[in-house]
Design a protein around this ligand. Sequence first.
Ligand code: NAP
Length: 302
Amino acid sequence: MSTFLQAIEMGVGAWAWGDRMVWQYGAGYTDEDVRQAFFAAVENGITLVDTAEIYGRGRSERLIGAFLPQLPRPVLVATKYFPYPWRLGGRPLRRALQASLQRLGLKQVDLYQVHWPTPLVSIDALMNAMADAAEEGLVRAIGVSNYDVEQMMLAQSALQRRGWQLAANQVEYSLLNRKVEKNGLLKRCQEMGVRLIAYSPLAMGLLTGKYTPENPPPGLRGRKYARRLAAIQPLIRLLEEVGAAHEGKTPAQVALNWTICKGALPIPGAKNARQAALNAGALGWRLSEEEIARLDEASEQV
Ligand SMILES: NC(=O)c1ccc[n+]([C@@H]2O[C@H](COP(=O)([O-])OP(=O)(O)OC[C@H]3O[C@@H](n4cnc5c(N)ncnc54)[C@H](OP(=O)(O)O)[C@@H]3O)[C@@H](O)[C@H]2O)c1
């Protein structure tokens, strides 16, 4: 079963739009940078933005809501419900959705995703609440995020009992995290017609090549990735070499193209117009089978 998501090659991720804790929003980039990032993405052919109620504690959704009416053309909006332990079940999901719609200034969200699986409420109950929201016209397509194969299949069955399909599973996927290839999730998504949305497709900036052991990313990212920075340098050199053979594509563009070639829909984050425009340069061309195999091998060595 195919949905509109199958036709979309790439989106833009909006976690950094308002988030101070991980991305240092306000230090080095501002509301205006983020507005320009959104415009540059859309002007360069991007038609999907991914946000969540928790990004910047609602600020990401509010910013998107303010920018949407100014855009030269409409874009599809994906957002997420966070199943906090104190806020589970059908009614809280609907309330959270209403709040997201209000911040976004929309009557309907194109894709509504459960942000993380939780043992505290059944998948059936969450999917029933999703189906209710879709039947009310508040949600166009239903997704999950960070679900494993088994959880995804339970979600799909629950939705099918209500006459709906699971449209997407959003999970971490990049040359530095290929778990979804190894545990069968990517293949299962393709068999089921569920779009695998690849988050952190640039490994939170590492695959751009701009970070080195001498120049680590700031804040929490620096701590998360400190030990990997030296190990990834051979992979970065290969990304540069492969990019040079495609009229000077950047490591980030090659890394994003690799996820597209694997059948995923990457949603790279962008903090400013330059990053958004550069990332859109991952579209309109394809790596060869041989290049993909070389990148696969180099990523195994990291
Ligand atoms: N469902 C989930 O649980 C989940 C989890 C994580 C993310 N996500 C989604 O996935 C999206 C993308 O993931 P992400 O933001 O974690 O990481 P990412 O897309 O791998 O990396 C984004 C960061 O890389 C840097 N960057 C991006 N493009 C660049 C370019 N062309 N040149 C140089 N630097 C560039 C920027 O940070 P610096 O300039 O500071 O390096 C940017 O914020 C998020 O925005 C969010 O929508 C979802």
